[in-house]
Design a protein. Sequence first.
Lengths: 293, 269
Amino acid sequence: MNLMHRPKPQSAGADTALLGAQAISVERDGRPVLRDVTLSIQPGEIVTIVGPNGSGKTTLLRALLGAEAVSSGRVVRKRGLRVGYVPQKLFLDPSLPMTVARFLSLPRRTGAAAQSAALQAAGATGLAQRPIAALSGGQTQRVLLARALLDQPEILLLDEPTQGLDQVGAAAFYQMVENLRQQTGCAVLMVSHELHVVMSASDRVICLNGHVCCHGTPEVVAQAEEYRALFGPGTKGTLALYRHQHDHSHDPDPQSLHSHVHGPECCDGDGGADGVGERASDVPAASSAGKDG
Amino acid sequence: MLDDFLVRAALAGVGVALAAGPLGCFVLWRRMAYFSDATAHGALCGVALSLVLNLPIAVGVLFIALALALLLSNMSGRMAADGFLGVFAHGSLAFGLLAVATVPSARVDLSAYLLGDILAVGPREVILIWVGAAVVLLGLFWRWSSLLTATLDPDLAVAAGIRPDREKMFLTVALAIVVAVAIQVVGALLIGALLILPAAAMRPLARSPEALAILAAVLGAASALGGVLVSMETDLPTGPTIVVLALGVFVVVHIAVSLRRTPAGRQSR
């Protein structure tokens, strides 16, 4: 196993933040995957981590969860924080018989009423008695979300929750996340590469490429040079296209406008921490945004 | 009651099978078949160690199985290659055979350690087997939810406050205990079969993990009882007889299930 120490979640003190990272770095096989990442999630906000493949998005989420050892820095977690986690995918060995209802009772037994309420909230009504192996990709994601909701989480961590869904399904999923936030007030931190949908559904966006490239409201990030360097300028148009679809306004929040301090290496094409070699701006924007559709 | 060698053999077989069945479910679910084979084969070195140091067989085997299982689970965390464990499973068998060959008194009884010698089990060993089996079963019962969650998805377990590495460690230790008590019953070669076969045979009949664990324990115990009786009648070696009986159930169940499914499958197409 890994010899590096695991992040010890510590009390955040007077700070209102639910969960945060203070200058964390993660190495794998001696290679840096994350470098000096600092962020914090406030109650009730939806924050999305975007970034190219191999930029360390999932690693960051797992480090915040406590499943990934950090080589420096620390993960700060509100005392007694209830976390709901939805992994990218559930790899269920076919030799393991498991119904949805049994899965929702792991590791703590939950009542049938609570289960059906969570399934309903996640849009998976009526699946309780089905074997998990017989579910479609979208149904599995909804069941994973229902399980995360059962603990009445203060924060949901979603890792590419719409992987394998078509565009309509993905949009519906994000709409559901937004509704959940409004109903339960839980914060959401999610990883995605579906820029267009994500940008419209998030309060704040963190653009990651081994380190935090830029960071702020969707509008600010979409304008940021670093973001455009990674994803191309065209995504700004996509953002505008999708703006009309959602009905809440993004108040200009001074707290979320973080200054863009970058080292000279940031997004310069010398490779992020993970050796992303080629300049992402060479990739046409349409392909990077449209790949997921 | 323990005076009758047949009763002792039956008790020994049933005791081992009751623990091996549910533990074997995790071996199956976590794809640890090669891992358990490597541990069991390498346990032959423990036989040699016991004979040299004049210890009870189970003590030396437990020690070696534990060391080997911990070493393997540490290495497989890094290499994670099925092929690597396969190489190790066969390598540890060869190494164990060499270790036994260096002890003159053991060479005579080599087949007893490879294939088991359940009819020679003494009263003390029956008690040892039941203590080992009880420890494993109680442990599985106690940690069941955590083990199951960590098996399903390690990150989901972390989110629920469970340490997946600890659950893995528990399974590793439980495996070493089962190897130690099973080597005399079915022998080093067939411990893996005793773990995997009952769970794999009953898989199509179970709708929940708990049901599969119970069915696997029942089938294992029934095979052990049947194996002792059949081998008494026919003078065949007991360990292989037990495994062949379980294999027979595996074949019957899977054929029956696929026969039942085929018409329905055609309809849906």
